[in-house]
Design a protein around this ligand. Structure first.
Ligand SMILES: [Zn+2]
Length: 313
């Protein structure tokens, strides 16, 4: 186990592997879908170099690339679709894939959403690491942010910036503010690494306000939701008998969502994210804004500018 950690523990940008990576073997899991309440079978599979991350609806025979421009719904989760085929709640798996440094993978799923498991990314990270990770052909590409790009909505904002001199990898600074005093105002700064993600972010669960649950049920959503897969907050109270995993679990989960949503860029990001009260919709708008102008970014093979120990293509 420790040798696997040594081999694959890296901080994007500090010592980025030049070779692309995929899973060593396929791995399956069954779990409940948060919104449908149905049992979902998911299989994570190795994929050829340069496949990227691709979702596949096995019941419909439709493949959907994990790309920001396939996102068609961001109200309660990040949902990608192609024609009538949809796959929702992909963001927690995407965050685990990004933090693991996996570039190529096929995700088979037989339902319109992924299993929610415990509402965090930890089960996905466990599955990926149980399958194992291997380097294979092709060079990894990084999305290097060259100039600030910002999107805003009602005082909330999400922004990507280039690194200050000497900065590398992906930094996230996030703040949230909720009227419910159990949440209140929280902020978190994070530099993406596999170990940091596993220790600080992956276990943070999704959350909802008690008052919103009834509205969700009326809309036919969150039918699989329970205290087993989400934190439920009522004003100053956390309804879950086991309490919180971190005192600031809420902002850590929102940061997890940022990592997962921005993983739909199609390449690991070299730059800084700064956000306040952002969610799936703004996160997706931010990527669309970045890719709307080629002056905003460049794709760099193998090495991040400013790192230098690997040969850039
Ligand atoms: Zn989430």
């Amino acid at each position: 186990m420790s040798s696997l950690r040594e081999k694959y523990s890296f901080s994007p940008g500090e010592a980025p592997p030049a070779a692309r990576r995929t899973l060593k073997a396929a791995i399956s899991a069954v779990g409940r879908g948060l919104h449908s309440g149905m049992d979902v079978t998911m299989q994570l599979k190795p994929a050829a170099a340069n496949t990227g991350i691709v979702f596949h609806r096995t019941d419909l025979g439709v493949s959907i690339p994990a790309c920001f421009d396939h996102v068609t719904d961001t109200r309660l989760c990040t949902l990608i679709s192609k024609g009538e085929a949809k796959i929702g709640t992909i963001e927690h798996l995407m965050a685990a894939i990004c933090a693991s440094g996996v570039d190529d993978m096929v995700v088979d799923v037989d339902a319109p959403e992924l299993p929610v498991f415990d509402g965090s990314a930890a089960p996905f990270l466990f599955l990926i690491e149980s399958a194992g990770i291997v380097e294979h052909g092709g060079l990894r590409e990084w999305l290097e942010i060259l100039r600030p790009v910002r999107v805003e909505h009602n005082g909330a904002f999400a922004e990507l910036r280039s690194h200050n001199q000497g900065g590398t990898g992906f930094d996230v600074s996030l703040s949230i503010e909720f009227a419910a005093s159990a949440i209140g105002a929280q902020a978190y700064n994070f530099h993406l690494s596999r170990d940091g993600f596993a220790g600080e972010i992956a276990n943070a669960r999704t959350f909802t306000l008690l008052g919103e649950i009834e509205a969700l049920h009326k809309a036919g959503l969150a039918r699989g939701g329970s205290l087993a897969n989400a934190i439920v907050v009522d004003g100053e109270k956390v309804m879950n008998p086991e309490g919180l995993r971190f005192t600031d679990e809420f902002v850590r989960h929102k940061l997890l969502d940022v990592i997962g949503d921005l993983a739909l860029a199609g390449a690991p990001i070299s730059g800084r994210f700064i956000g306040s009260r952002t969610g799936h919709a703004l996160n997706n708008q931010l990527l669309r804004a970045v890719f709307a102008d080629q002056m905003n970014y460049r794709l760099t093979s193998g090495s991040v500018a400013g790192v230098g120990q690997l040969t850039a293509a």
